[in-house]
Design a protein around this ligand. Structure first.
Ligand code: PEP
Ligand code: MN
Length: 346
């Protein structure tokens, strides 16, 4: 892991002592290369802890000096940039809720242009939109910002099961292909939202040849003022990092194994989407059933179905599906629709 950029620190700076204690514990491992902490916290809903603000800047700067590690924090507007520069910051990350907003990104790029800085790491936008992520990178490139990196922190979904934010690995992999010089860092903390799968996701990122990790850690994770469920102690984090297997490039297998996982993940996602859409379709069928009931119309309208079937069959064939499958699928779909309509009518 020597050549990987491992960034660690609390989700939020809470107190001077918490920041210092975290830094000192992390510095025991040579694997940790940079300290992070959120000073201004963008929260999806008001009422959560929104960060200690300006006062925390010097806590992080001092902790970094004490343990001889560079520090990084999130900036979301030009005022943040101004204060962070004044406090001595040289590394900045752009949060997922900022990357979605080209005005904000441009404002930050403008206020960093020409300043003495080391790097800017750009989190993926909260929605799975590769173009927004690319756009943000391009805005910083235009401002001649050195060492632009990308942080993959997963994507929001209306419903998620395993992850807090769906990883959708194919999106960062696409970005990596388009911008080979932009370092790709994985943020397992915000992808997972929970402790027990941090290692699995970190391992996968390493198998996919990511350039580093950004992980949240807190001396007493359960008491953290933000993102408590996904934080681990610095000791646990260091042990976890020791467990990660670094596979060599020569052996092609682990990489294809990881890619296979990516594709399987894609299939899982698509299957859930198909089922969700089928459910939606049946809700519509039920509405039709209710209307038919009101107007005393029969359920089965074979002429209409014949036409629908022909159209769907043609569309399915265009999409590379076989006739055999399409016929069985369309019949099953029709039957299921009738079941839902009957349920409503009786
Ligand atoms: C964070 O890193 O603490 C953070 C707020 O992340 P994100 O922008 O990915 O939600
Ligand atoms: Mn966080």
């Amino acid at each position: 892991m020597e050549n990987k950029l491992i960034i660690a620190g609390p989700c939020s700076a809470e107190t001077e002592a918490q920041v210092m204690e975290t830094a000192q514990k992390l510095a025991k491992s040579e694997t940790i290369k940079m300290l992070r902490a959120g000073i201004w916290k963008p929260r999806t809903r008001p009422g959560s802890f929104e960060g200690v603000g300006e006062i925390g800047l010097k806590w992080l700067i001092n902790a970094g000096k004490e343990v001889n590690l560079p520090v990084i924090t999130e900036v979301a507007n030009k005022d943040h940039v101004k204060l962070a520069l004044k406090a001595g910051f040289k590394n900045f990350w752009i949060g997922a809720r900022t990357t979605v907003n080209p005005f904000a990104v441009q404002e930050i790029a403008d206020s960093l242009q020409g300043k003495d800085i080391d790097s800017v790491l750009i989190k993926n936008p909260i929605n799975p939109d590769l173009q927004l992520w690319i756009g943000a990178i391009e805005r910083f490139q235009k401002a001649e910002i050195p060492n632009i990196g990308a942080i993959h922190r997963g994507f929001s979904a209306f419903k998620t099961n395993k992850y807090r934010n769906e990883p959708l690995w194919e999106i960062p992999l696409n970005l990596k292909e388009m911008f080979p010089d932009v370092k790709m860092i994985c943020d397992p903390s915000h992808i997972c939202g929970r402790r027990d799968i941090l290692e699995e996701v970190s391992q996968k990122a390493m198998d996919l040849e990511y350039d580093g990790l950004m992980i949240e850690t807190h001396p007493t994770p359960d008491d953290a003022w933000s993102d408590a469920k996904q934080q681990v102690t610095p000791e646990t984090l260091i042990t976890m990092l020791e467990h990660i297997v670094m596979r060599s490039r020569e052996n092609k297998n682990p990489e294809s194994e990881a890619l296979l996982d990516v594709f399987r993940g894609e299939i899982n996602n698509i299957d859930s989407q198909i089922l969700e859409i089928l459910g939606k379709r049946m809700r519509v069928a039920e509405k039709i059933g209710a209307l038919k009931k009101q107007n005393n119309i029969t359920i089965l309208q074979s002429e209409r179905w014949k036409k629908v079937k022909e159209e769907r069959l043609a569309f399915g064939l265009e999409n590379g599906l076989t006739e055999k499958f399409l016929k069985r699928y369309l019949d099953a779909l029709h039957q299921e629709s009738i079941r839902h309509q009957t349920k409503v009518m009786n």
